[in-house]
Design a protein around this ligand. Structure first.
Ligand code: HEM
Length: 443
Protein backbone atom coordinates (compact mmCIF):
# COMPACT_ATOMS: atom_id res chain seq x y z
CA UNK A 1 0.00 0.00 0.00
CA UNK A 2 1.64 3.20 1.19
CA UNK A 3 4.96 1.60 1.93
CA UNK A 4 6.78 1.00 -1.35
CA UNK A 5 10.02 0.47 0.56
CA UNK A 6 8.66 -2.33 2.71
CA UNK A 7 10.88 -5.46 2.86
CA UNK A 8 10.24 -8.53 0.67
CA UNK A 9 7.06 -10.22 1.73
CA UNK A 10 6.42 -13.99 1.85
CA UNK A 11 2.74 -14.71 1.32
CA UNK A 12 1.02 -18.02 0.79
CA UNK A 13 -1.49 -18.62 -1.98
CA UNK A 14 -4.40 -18.88 0.45
CA UNK A 15 -5.27 -15.29 1.27
CA UNK A 16 -5.36 -14.47 4.99
CA UNK A 17 -4.03 -17.86 6.07
CA UNK A 18 -0.80 -17.06 4.28
CA UNK A 19 2.10 -19.38 4.95
CA UNK A 20 0.81 -20.26 8.39
CA UNK A 21 0.90 -23.99 7.69
CA UNK A 22 4.41 -24.12 6.36
CA UNK A 23 5.63 -21.64 8.94
CA UNK A 24 3.85 -23.43 11.77
CA UNK A 25 5.39 -26.83 11.03
CA UNK A 26 8.95 -25.72 11.66
CA UNK A 27 9.24 -21.97 12.21
CA UNK A 28 12.91 -22.05 13.16
CA UNK A 29 13.95 -23.75 9.92
CA UNK A 30 11.61 -21.53 7.94
CA UNK A 31 13.34 -18.38 9.24
CA UNK A 32 16.82 -19.43 8.15
CA UNK A 33 15.58 -20.58 4.73
CA UNK A 34 13.71 -17.32 4.22
CA UNK A 35 16.80 -15.33 5.16
CA UNK A 36 18.89 -17.20 2.58
CA UNK A 37 16.29 -16.61 -0.09
CA UNK A 38 15.00 -13.08 0.63
CA UNK A 39 17.87 -11.34 2.40
CA UNK A 40 18.43 -10.01 5.92
CA UNK A 41 15.04 -8.29 6.39
CA UNK A 42 11.81 -9.98 5.30
CA UNK A 43 8.14 -10.15 6.20
CA UNK A 44 6.16 -13.34 6.71
CA UNK A 45 2.39 -13.10 6.49
CA UNK A 46 0.98 -15.84 8.71
CA UNK A 47 -2.59 -16.19 9.95
CA UNK A 48 -3.40 -12.58 9.15
CA UNK A 49 -0.34 -11.19 10.93
CA UNK A 50 2.70 -9.51 9.44
CA UNK A 51 5.91 -10.67 11.11
CA UNK A 52 8.99 -8.77 9.97
CA UNK A 53 12.28 -10.49 10.79
CA UNK A 54 15.48 -8.57 11.37
CA UNK A 55 18.51 -10.85 11.13
CA UNK A 56 21.60 -8.57 11.04
CA UNK A 57 23.32 -7.86 14.35
CA UNK A 58 23.88 -4.24 13.31
CA UNK A 59 20.09 -3.74 13.38
CA UNK A 60 19.52 -5.22 16.85
CA UNK A 61 20.22 -1.87 18.53
CA UNK A 62 17.30 -0.35 16.62
CA UNK A 63 15.13 -3.30 17.67
CA UNK A 64 15.94 -2.84 21.36
CA UNK A 65 16.29 0.94 21.58
CA UNK A 66 14.07 2.61 18.97
CA UNK A 67 11.16 4.69 20.25
CA UNK A 68 9.26 3.62 17.13
CA UNK A 69 8.79 0.09 18.47
CA UNK A 70 6.89 -1.05 21.55
CA UNK A 71 7.02 -4.15 23.76
CA UNK A 72 3.63 -3.87 25.47
CA UNK A 73 1.75 -3.46 22.21
CA UNK A 74 3.44 -6.56 20.82
CA UNK A 75 2.58 -8.84 23.73
CA UNK A 76 -0.77 -7.50 24.93
CA UNK A 77 -2.88 -9.86 22.82
CA UNK A 78 -0.83 -12.98 23.60
CA UNK A 79 -0.99 -11.98 27.29
CA UNK A 80 -4.74 -11.71 27.04
CA UNK A 81 -4.98 -15.16 25.46
CA UNK A 82 -2.56 -16.92 27.79
CA UNK A 83 -3.34 -15.27 31.12
CA UNK A 84 -6.78 -13.68 30.56
CA UNK A 85 -5.59 -10.22 31.60
CA UNK A 86 -7.66 -7.36 30.15
CA UNK A 87 -6.08 -4.83 27.85
CA UNK A 88 -6.75 -1.94 30.27
CA UNK A 89 -5.21 -3.77 33.20
CA UNK A 90 -2.15 -4.81 31.20
CA UNK A 91 -1.30 -1.33 29.98
CA UNK A 92 -1.91 0.03 33.47
CA UNK A 93 0.20 -2.41 35.47
CA UNK A 94 2.76 -3.96 33.17
CA UNK A 95 5.47 -1.27 33.24
CA UNK A 96 5.50 -1.24 37.06
CA UNK A 97 5.53 -5.05 37.11
CA UNK A 98 8.66 -5.12 34.99
CA UNK A 99 10.35 -2.50 37.20
CA UNK A 100 9.40 -4.45 40.31
CA UNK A 101 10.87 -7.76 39.12
CA UNK A 102 14.01 -6.05 37.84
CA UNK A 103 14.50 -4.38 41.21
CA UNK A 104 13.92 -7.58 43.19
CA UNK A 105 16.33 -9.63 41.06
CA UNK A 106 19.41 -7.41 40.82
CA UNK A 107 22.70 -9.35 41.13
CA UNK A 108 22.91 -8.25 44.78
CA UNK A 109 19.41 -9.44 45.66
CA UNK A 110 19.90 -12.68 43.76
CA UNK A 111 22.91 -13.47 45.98
CA UNK A 112 20.51 -13.37 48.95
CA UNK A 113 18.27 -16.01 47.39
CA UNK A 114 21.17 -18.40 46.82
CA UNK A 115 21.29 -20.16 50.21
CA UNK A 116 17.60 -20.95 50.29
CA UNK A 117 17.58 -22.18 46.69
CA UNK A 118 20.54 -24.44 47.47
CA UNK A 119 18.68 -26.00 50.42
CA UNK A 120 15.64 -26.60 48.24
CA UNK A 121 17.69 -28.18 45.43
CA UNK A 122 19.60 -30.31 47.92
CA UNK A 123 16.44 -31.63 49.60
CA UNK A 124 14.65 -32.41 46.35
CA UNK A 125 17.77 -34.08 44.90
CA UNK A 126 17.94 -36.27 48.01
CA UNK A 127 14.52 -37.73 47.17
CA UNK A 128 16.16 -39.46 44.17
CA UNK A 129 17.67 -41.96 46.63
CA UNK A 130 20.99 -43.80 46.43
CA UNK A 131 20.78 -44.80 42.82
CA UNK A 132 18.40 -45.14 39.93
CA UNK A 133 17.66 -44.15 36.38
CA UNK A 134 15.10 -42.06 34.53
CA UNK A 135 14.52 -39.29 32.03
CA UNK A 136 16.83 -36.34 32.60
CA UNK A 137 14.09 -33.91 31.61
CA UNK A 138 11.67 -35.38 34.17
CA UNK A 139 14.39 -35.41 36.83
CA UNK A 140 15.24 -31.74 36.26
CA UNK A 141 11.57 -30.76 36.40
CA UNK A 142 10.81 -32.80 39.52
CA UNK A 143 13.62 -31.05 41.40
CA UNK A 144 13.40 -27.56 39.94
CA UNK A 145 9.66 -26.85 39.79
CA UNK A 146 9.05 -27.04 43.52
CA UNK A 147 12.44 -25.54 44.43
CA UNK A 148 12.19 -22.48 42.19
CA UNK A 149 8.54 -21.91 43.06
CA UNK A 150 9.27 -21.98 46.74
CA UNK A 151 12.35 -19.78 46.33
CA UNK A 152 10.62 -17.07 44.28
CA UNK A 153 6.93 -17.27 45.13
CA UNK A 154 6.82 -18.96 48.52
CA UNK A 155 5.58 -22.40 49.51
CA UNK A 156 2.30 -23.04 47.76
CA UNK A 157 1.42 -26.37 49.13
CA UNK A 158 -0.26 -25.48 52.38
CA UNK A 159 -1.29 -28.67 54.22
CA UNK A 160 -4.70 -29.84 53.07
CA UNK A 161 -4.48 -27.88 49.85
CA UNK A 162 -6.07 -29.66 46.90
CA UNK A 163 -3.16 -28.74 44.62
CA UNK A 164 -0.49 -31.42 44.49
CA UNK A 165 2.96 -31.09 42.94
CA UNK A 166 2.23 -34.07 40.66
CA UNK A 167 -0.80 -32.27 39.28
CA UNK A 168 1.17 -29.08 38.98
CA UNK A 169 3.83 -30.77 36.85
CA UNK A 170 1.17 -32.20 34.56
CA UNK A 171 -0.87 -28.99 34.21
CA UNK A 172 2.15 -26.76 33.79
CA UNK A 173 3.61 -29.05 31.11
CA UNK A 174 0.36 -28.84 29.10
CA UNK A 175 0.14 -25.08 29.60
CA UNK A 176 3.78 -24.53 28.61
CA UNK A 177 3.59 -26.92 25.65
CA UNK A 178 0.53 -25.12 24.26
CA UNK A 179 1.64 -21.60 25.21
CA UNK A 180 2.52 -20.62 21.67
CA UNK A 181 -0.73 -21.83 20.09
CA UNK A 182 -2.63 -20.62 23.13
CA UNK A 183 -1.21 -17.14 22.64
CA UNK A 184 -2.68 -17.05 19.11
CA UNK A 185 -5.99 -18.89 19.40
CA UNK A 186 -9.10 -18.49 21.50
CA UNK A 187 -9.60 -20.97 24.36
CA UNK A 188 -12.45 -22.80 22.66
CA UNK A 189 -10.08 -24.40 20.15
CA UNK A 190 -7.84 -25.67 22.90
CA UNK A 191 -9.97 -27.39 25.53
CA UNK A 192 -7.31 -29.27 27.45
CA UNK A 193 -4.97 -26.32 27.38
CA UNK A 194 -7.67 -23.96 28.63
CA UNK A 195 -8.53 -26.29 31.47
CA UNK A 196 -4.88 -26.47 32.55
CA UNK A 197 -4.79 -22.69 32.49
CA UNK A 198 -7.85 -22.60 34.76
CA UNK A 199 -6.26 -25.05 37.16
CA UNK A 200 -3.09 -22.94 37.33
CA UNK A 201 -5.11 -19.76 37.84
CA UNK A 202 -6.89 -21.25 40.83
CA UNK A 203 -3.57 -22.43 42.20
CA UNK A 204 -2.22 -18.89 41.87
CA UNK A 205 -5.40 -17.55 43.46
CA UNK A 206 -4.72 -19.82 46.41
CA UNK A 207 -1.05 -18.76 46.61
CA UNK A 208 -1.99 -15.10 46.47
CA UNK A 209 -4.31 -15.47 49.47
CA UNK A 210 -1.48 -17.16 51.36
CA UNK A 211 0.97 -14.45 50.31
CA UNK A 212 -1.45 -11.77 51.56
CA UNK A 213 -1.85 -13.60 54.90
CA UNK A 214 1.89 -13.94 55.36
CA UNK A 215 2.44 -10.36 54.21
CA UNK A 216 1.74 -8.92 57.66
CA UNK A 217 4.10 -11.36 59.38
CA UNK A 218 7.13 -11.10 57.10
CA UNK A 219 9.68 -8.30 57.19
CA UNK A 220 10.02 -6.34 53.99
CA UNK A 221 13.49 -7.79 53.33
CA UNK A 222 12.16 -11.35 53.29
CA UNK A 223 9.19 -10.88 51.04
CA UNK A 224 8.80 -13.17 48.06
CA UNK A 225 8.27 -11.86 44.55
CA UNK A 226 4.61 -12.83 44.87
CA UNK A 227 4.24 -10.79 48.07
CA UNK A 228 5.67 -7.78 46.27
CA UNK A 229 3.29 -8.35 43.39
CA UNK A 230 0.38 -8.45 45.85
CA UNK A 231 1.10 -4.91 46.97
CA UNK A 232 1.44 -3.67 43.38
CA UNK A 233 -1.55 -5.13 41.50
CA UNK A 234 -4.77 -3.72 42.88
CA UNK A 235 -7.28 -5.22 40.45
CA UNK A 236 -8.87 -8.66 40.16
CA UNK A 237 -6.19 -9.89 37.76
CA UNK A 238 -3.61 -10.37 40.52
CA UNK A 239 -3.53 -14.23 40.21
CA UNK A 240 -3.27 -13.83 36.43
CA UNK A 241 -0.13 -11.73 36.79
CA UNK A 242 1.14 -14.36 39.21
CA UNK A 243 0.62 -17.02 36.52
CA UNK A 244 2.55 -14.98 33.95
CA UNK A 245 5.40 -14.47 36.39
CA UNK A 246 5.41 -18.17 37.21
CA UNK A 247 5.50 -19.09 33.53
CA UNK A 248 8.31 -16.63 32.79
CA UNK A 249 10.37 -17.96 35.67
CA UNK A 250 10.09 -21.65 34.68
CA UNK A 251 9.52 -21.79 30.92
CA UNK A 252 13.07 -21.02 29.73
CA UNK A 253 15.19 -21.71 32.77
CA UNK A 254 14.18 -25.33 33.27
CA UNK A 255 14.59 -26.70 29.73
CA UNK A 256 17.92 -24.89 29.43
CA UNK A 257 19.04 -26.55 32.69
CA UNK A 258 18.29 -29.88 31.04
CA UNK A 259 20.45 -28.89 28.06
CA UNK A 260 23.28 -27.59 30.21
CA UNK A 261 23.55 -30.85 32.19
CA UNK A 262 23.16 -32.93 29.01
CA UNK A 263 25.87 -30.95 27.18
CA UNK A 264 28.30 -31.35 30.10
CA UNK A 265 27.62 -35.09 30.46
CA UNK A 266 27.93 -35.79 26.75
CA UNK A 267 31.34 -34.19 26.48
CA UNK A 268 34.10 -36.04 28.43
CA UNK A 269 36.70 -33.24 28.54
CA UNK A 270 34.08 -30.64 29.49
CA UNK A 271 32.79 -32.99 32.19
CA UNK A 272 36.27 -33.58 33.58
CA UNK A 273 37.15 -29.88 33.72
CA UNK A 274 33.82 -29.04 35.35
CA UNK A 275 34.22 -31.83 37.96
CA UNK A 276 37.73 -30.70 38.89
CA UNK A 277 36.42 -27.23 39.65
CA UNK A 278 33.34 -28.45 41.50
CA UNK A 279 35.39 -30.86 43.64
CA UNK A 280 38.01 -28.21 44.39
CA UNK A 281 35.40 -25.67 45.49
CA UNK A 282 33.32 -28.11 47.58
CA UNK A 283 36.07 -30.49 48.67
CA UNK A 284 35.16 -31.11 52.35
CA UNK A 285 31.41 -30.98 51.88
CA UNK A 286 28.88 -33.60 52.87
CA UNK A 287 27.34 -35.06 49.71
CA UNK A 288 24.02 -35.58 51.52
CA UNK A 289 23.65 -32.07 52.85
CA UNK A 290 25.61 -29.93 50.47
CA UNK A 291 25.76 -26.18 50.95
CA UNK A 292 26.97 -24.13 48.01
CA UNK A 293 27.39 -20.42 48.71
CA UNK A 294 27.53 -17.54 46.24
CA UNK A 295 31.32 -17.34 46.89
CA UNK A 296 31.76 -21.03 46.10
CA UNK A 297 29.86 -20.58 42.85
CA UNK A 298 32.37 -17.87 41.99
CA UNK A 299 35.13 -20.44 42.37
CA UNK A 300 33.58 -22.43 39.52
CA UNK A 301 33.79 -20.04 36.55
CA UNK A 302 34.12 -22.89 34.07
CA UNK A 303 30.77 -24.31 35.17
CA UNK A 304 29.27 -20.86 34.64
CA UNK A 305 30.75 -20.78 31.12
CA UNK A 306 29.04 -24.11 30.47
CA UNK A 307 25.74 -22.57 31.59
CA UNK A 308 26.15 -19.53 29.34
CA UNK A 309 27.15 -21.74 26.43
CA UNK A 310 24.00 -23.84 26.94
CA UNK A 311 21.91 -20.64 27.03
CA UNK A 312 23.61 -19.48 23.82
CA UNK A 313 22.83 -22.71 21.97
CA UNK A 314 19.27 -23.03 23.27
CA UNK A 315 18.21 -19.37 23.24
CA UNK A 316 14.56 -18.45 22.52
CA UNK A 317 13.43 -18.81 18.91
CA UNK A 318 12.11 -15.25 18.69
CA UNK A 319 11.45 -12.07 20.62
CA UNK A 320 9.11 -9.37 19.45
CA UNK A 321 8.17 -5.68 19.37
CA UNK A 322 5.30 -3.81 17.66
CA UNK A 323 6.24 -1.17 15.09
CA UNK A 324 4.30 1.96 16.08
CA UNK A 325 5.76 4.47 13.59
CA UNK A 326 7.41 3.87 10.20
CA UNK A 327 10.79 2.36 11.00
CA UNK A 328 13.88 2.48 8.82
CA UNK A 329 16.00 -0.69 8.76
CA UNK A 330 18.68 -1.19 6.07
CA UNK A 331 17.08 0.41 2.99
CA UNK A 332 13.58 -0.55 3.99
CA UNK A 333 10.76 1.21 5.78
CA UNK A 334 8.80 -1.15 8.03
CA UNK A 335 5.12 -0.17 8.22
CA UNK A 336 3.47 0.52 11.60
CA UNK A 337 1.46 -2.44 12.86
CA UNK A 338 4.08 -5.02 11.88
CA UNK A 339 5.43 -7.31 14.55
CA UNK A 340 9.18 -6.90 14.49
CA UNK A 341 11.03 -10.13 15.25
CA UNK A 342 14.59 -11.04 16.26
CA UNK A 343 15.65 -14.66 16.61
CA UNK A 344 18.24 -15.09 19.41
CA UNK A 345 18.51 -18.74 18.36
CA UNK A 346 19.78 -17.77 14.88
CA UNK A 347 21.69 -14.70 16.07
CA UNK A 348 23.80 -17.07 18.17
CA UNK A 349 24.67 -19.12 15.09
CA UNK A 350 26.48 -16.28 13.34
CA UNK A 351 30.10 -17.47 12.96
CA UNK A 352 31.39 -13.90 12.98
CA UNK A 353 30.42 -13.58 16.66
CA UNK A 354 30.56 -17.26 17.59
CA UNK A 355 33.15 -19.22 15.56
CA UNK A 356 32.06 -22.86 15.06
CA UNK A 357 28.62 -21.83 16.27
CA UNK A 358 27.12 -25.33 16.59
CA UNK A 359 29.94 -26.51 18.88
CA UNK A 360 29.51 -26.50 22.65
CA UNK A 361 32.64 -24.55 23.61
CA UNK A 362 32.55 -23.15 27.16
CA UNK A 363 36.02 -21.57 26.68
CA UNK A 364 34.58 -18.93 24.37
CA UNK A 365 33.15 -17.29 27.51
CA UNK A 366 36.63 -16.70 28.92
CA UNK A 367 36.65 -13.42 26.98
CA UNK A 368 33.46 -12.11 28.62
CA UNK A 369 33.82 -9.85 31.65
CA UNK A 370 31.39 -11.85 33.78
CA UNK A 371 32.56 -10.26 37.03
CA UNK A 372 31.16 -7.01 35.66
CA UNK A 373 28.11 -8.85 34.35
CA UNK A 374 28.95 -8.25 30.70
CA UNK A 375 28.02 -10.95 28.17
CA UNK A 376 29.80 -11.67 24.87
CA UNK A 377 29.13 -9.35 21.94
CA UNK A 378 26.28 -10.71 19.84
CA UNK A 379 24.65 -12.58 22.76
CA UNK A 380 20.93 -11.69 22.93
CA UNK A 381 19.35 -14.65 24.77
CA UNK A 382 17.81 -12.28 27.32
CA UNK A 383 16.65 -9.67 24.83
CA UNK A 384 17.64 -6.07 25.42
CA UNK A 385 16.60 -2.52 26.15
CA UNK A 386 13.91 -1.58 28.64
CA UNK A 387 12.26 -4.99 28.47
CA UNK A 388 15.34 -7.15 28.75
CA UNK A 389 14.69 -10.27 30.84
CA UNK A 390 14.58 -9.09 34.46
CA UNK A 391 15.26 -12.65 35.65
CA UNK A 392 18.61 -13.07 33.90
CA UNK A 393 20.90 -12.89 36.97
CA UNK A 394 18.60 -15.24 38.82
CA UNK A 395 18.49 -17.61 35.84
CA UNK A 396 22.27 -17.84 35.61
CA UNK A 397 22.66 -18.39 39.36
CA UNK A 398 19.90 -21.02 39.37
CA UNK A 399 21.39 -23.03 36.50
CA UNK A 400 24.92 -22.71 37.90
CA UNK A 401 23.75 -23.92 41.32
CA UNK A 402 21.76 -26.84 39.94
CA UNK A 403 24.58 -28.11 37.72
CA UNK A 404 27.16 -27.85 40.51
CA UNK A 405 24.92 -29.62 43.03
CA UNK A 406 23.70 -32.53 40.95
CA UNK A 407 27.21 -33.28 39.65
CA UNK A 408 28.76 -33.05 43.11
CA UNK A 409 26.13 -35.20 44.82
CA UNK A 410 25.61 -37.78 42.08
CA UNK A 411 27.68 -39.66 39.58
CA UNK A 412 25.43 -39.20 36.54
CA UNK A 413 25.80 -41.07 33.24
CA UNK A 414 23.95 -40.44 29.97
CA UNK A 415 22.40 -43.63 28.58
CA UNK A 416 21.10 -42.07 25.35
CA UNK A 417 22.79 -39.87 22.76
CA UNK A 418 22.28 -36.13 23.21
CA UNK A 419 18.78 -35.38 21.81
CA UNK A 420 18.21 -32.92 18.99
CA UNK A 421 16.29 -29.75 19.84
CA UNK A 422 12.74 -29.69 18.53
CA UNK A 423 12.19 -26.79 16.14
CA UNK A 424 8.42 -26.75 16.57
CA UNK A 425 8.31 -23.59 18.63
CA UNK A 426 9.22 -20.00 18.04
CA UNK A 427 8.32 -18.58 21.44
CA UNK A 428 10.75 -19.63 24.14
CA UNK A 429 13.36 -22.33 24.13
CA UNK A 430 13.54 -25.71 22.43
CA UNK A 431 12.55 -28.94 24.13
CA UNK A 432 14.48 -32.18 23.48
CA UNK A 433 13.05 -34.09 20.54
CA UNK A 434 13.70 -37.54 22.01
CA UNK A 435 13.87 -38.93 25.56
CA UNK A 436 17.20 -38.82 27.33
CA UNK A 437 17.78 -41.40 30.06
CA UNK A 438 20.39 -41.01 32.77
CA UNK A 439 21.71 -43.39 35.43
CA UNK A 440 22.71 -41.86 38.73
CA UNK A 441 24.45 -43.02 41.87
CA UNK A 442 24.90 -41.01 45.06
CA UNK A 443 28.51 -40.15 45.78
C1 HEM B 1 17.89 -19.01 30.80
C2 HEM B 1 16.72 -18.61 31.19
C3 HEM B 1 15.96 -17.44 30.62
C4 HEM B 1 15.98 -16.91 29.35
C5 HEM B 1 16.77 -17.39 28.14
C6 HEM B 1 15.06 -15.79 29.35
C7 HEM B 1 14.81 -14.98 28.26
C8 HEM B 1 13.90 -13.94 28.25
C9 HEM B 1 13.63 -13.10 27.10
C10 HEM B 1 14.30 -13.24 25.74
C11 HEM B 1 12.69 -12.21 27.45
C12 HEM B 1 12.10 -11.10 26.55
C13 HEM B 1 13.09 -9.96 26.47
C14 HEM B 1 12.87 -8.99 25.33
O1 HEM B 1 11.83 -9.05 24.65
O2 HEM B 1 13.76 -8.13 25.11
C15 HEM B 1 12.34 -12.47 28.83
C16 HEM B 1 11.40 -11.79 29.55
C17 HEM B 1 11.10 -12.04 30.87
N1 HEM B 1 11.74 -12.93 31.71
FE1 HEM B 1 13.21 -14.19 31.19
N2 HEM B 1 14.52 -15.66 30.61
C18 HEM B 1 15.04 -16.64 31.41
C19 HEM B 1 14.77 -16.86 32.74
C20 HEM B 1 13.92 -16.09 33.50
C21 HEM B 1 13.70 -16.27 34.91
C22 HEM B 1 14.38 -17.32 35.79
C23 HEM B 1 12.78 -15.33 35.28
C24 HEM B 1 12.18 -15.04 36.64
C25 HEM B 1 12.83 -15.09 37.73
C26 HEM B 1 12.42 -14.57 34.11
C27 HEM B 1 11.51 -13.55 34.07
C28 HEM B 1 11.15 -12.84 32.95
C29 HEM B 1 10.07 -11.87 32.92
C30 HEM B 1 9.16 -11.49 34.07
C31 HEM B 1 10.04 -11.36 31.61
C32 HEM B 1 9.06 -10.32 31.04
C33 HEM B 1 9.66 -8.96 31.12
C34 HEM B 1 8.65 -7.89 30.77
O3 HEM B 1 7.45 -8.13 30.89
O4 HEM B 1 9.07 -6.77 30.41
N3 HEM B 1 13.15 -15.05 33.05
N4 HEM B 1 13.11 -13.52 29.30
Amino acid sequence: GNYPNAPPCIKGWIPWFGVAFEFGKSPLTFISQARDKYGPVFTVVAAGKRLTFVTLHEDFRTFFMSKDVDFEQAVQEPVHNTASISKESFYKFHPACNTLIKGRLTPGNVAQLTDHLCEEFNDHLETLGDQGSGGLNELVRAVMYPAVMSNLLGKYNSPGSPFTMEQFKEKFAIYDEGFEYGSQLPDMFLREWASSKCWLLSLLGNMVVKAEDDETSSESGNRTLLQHLVTLITDKFLPNYGLLMLWASLANGIPITFWAVAFILSNPTVYQTAMEQINAALKDQDTRKTKVTAEELQQMPYVKWCILEAIRLRAPGAITRRVVRPLRIQNYVIPPGDLLMVSPYWAHRNPHYFPEPEEFKPERWEKADLVKNVFLEGFVAFGGGRNQCPGRWYAIMELHMFAALILFKYDVTLMDPLPKPSNLHLVGTQQPETPCTVQYRHR
